[in-house]
Design a protein. Structure first.
Length: 375
């Protein structure tokens, strides 16, 4: 497939995720989120197994990846809402949750990288897909054994709510902190998914494009980098509980932006240097995930949290769907010796808005809602 076709297949996963999440998340304001997680586990397992068995062209691959994304849309954010009900050390709890999500992703890369050296990609993918079926009994246990009655404290209704509805300027100002934090999430997702979707092909290109051994080694290195980043999310969430969401997220995002501007230009450099920079990049591009998501839950009205998370998901994963395609188009149309550098730098051009938006949020009095007043 051409780079743009590969990017489209990747993007369909995000499209399926978005369409499902904007339906499933508002339902969590009224329904048991655990049952939504169970439905997502069943759909994800089935679509992954079918992908290995029947995906023969970009169209069938895109449809099945879209269904897989729909399943994850019923798992990841509804699960995050359940975890975010922790009142103390919320950043650590969400970071722990995100870490295990990333460890699962890393394991799939690692297992595929090892298996593809001995079997076809279909056989390798099917093996990993069958292993993912373990998520179904785990989800069933969550429904049957774990109490889900604890809710976040609800805000008291103001008597003014029975009067005329405030104008759009008033509503905009009331929701400005959440709007800013969701905007930070959007630029984070652009950089994160643009980088994560293309780092393995980039490493394969560095190691020798077209070689099966290079593809296998690239997948193995990618899994190693993702594992590093998985542990970083737990650590970053814990640090934000101590030093505040805004400061911690700003430092992390500035570091990842520098990596975006540098990483693609390292072709021809020693492999050890590429791996070191790639490790720092992989850690920093994802480490702010639990911080930003936790911040959104802290700034939101608990009664509307599901709907707000739906907007977060819709906007964030729309950016995540467009970024890999944009990256692929740059690879197709830029000069070959400059393509990877321009493509990765394009991620940094968007991500630089993250720290700027956090600076604006830091000037609002609502920052006191973050991290028990630490901002």
């Amino acid at each position: 497939m051409r780079p743009s076709q590969s990017g489209t297949v990747m993007a369909f996963f995000q499209v399926g995720y978005i369409l499902t999440a904007i339906i499933a998340l508002p339902l969590t304001d009224r329904l048991d989120a655990r049952r939504i997680v169970m439905c997502g586990a069943l759909l994800t397992v089935a679509s992954h197994i079918l992908f290995a068995l029947v995906a023969k062209d970009p169209m069938s691959a895109s449809v099945l990846r879209g269904l897989a994304g729909a399943g994850i849309g019923c798992i990841y954010m509804p699960g995050l809402r359940i975890v975010s009900r922790v009142d103390n050390l919320r950043g650590r709890a969400v970071g722990f949750y995100v870490s295990f999500y990333l460890f699962g992703t890393a394991f799939s890369f690692l297992a595929t990288g090892v298996l593809v050296s001995y079997y076809t990609w279909q056989q390798s993918y099917l093996t990993v897909a069958l292993f993912s079926a373990l998520s179904v009994p785990v989800a069933l246990y969550l429904i049957m054994r774990i109490d889900d009655t604890t809710m976040l404290p609800r805000r008291q209704k103001q008597t003014s709510e029975t009067g005329p509805r405030p104008g759009w300027r008033v509503r905009y100002r009331q929701n400005l902190p959440v709007i800013l934090m969701i905007s930070v999430y959007v630029v984070h997702m652009w950089e994160f998914y643009g980088m994560r979707s293309w780092i393995s092909p980039y490493l394969a290109h560095v190691l020798g494009e077209g070689s099966g051994a290079a593809t296998s080694l690239a997948a193995t290195i990618t899994s190693f980098l993702i594992m590093l980043s998985a542990s970083a999310t737990f650590l970053a969430g814990s640090i934000s509980d101590r030093y505040g969401r805004l400061l911690t997220a700003s430092m992390i995002m500035l570091t990842s932006v520098v990596c975006s501007f540098a990483f693609g230009w390292l072709i021809g450099s020693p492999l050890w240097l590429i791996i070191i920079v790639g490790a720092i990049y992989s850690i920093m591009v994802v480490a702010d995930t639990p911080i930003v998501s936790t911040g959104i839950t802290e700034l939101s009205d608990p009664e509307r949290l599901g709907r707000i998370m739906a907007w977060q998901t819709f906007l964030g994963y729309t950016a995540a769907s467009i970024a890999p395609i944009t990256f692929g188009l740059i690879l197709e149309h830029a000069q070959p010796n400059l393509a990877w550098g321009f493509a990765f730098s394009s991620l940094g051009l968007v991500a630089i808005f993250g720290p700027l938006l956090l600076m604006l949020l830091a000037r609002l009095p609502e920052k006191a809602s973050l991290c028990n007043g630490r901002g």
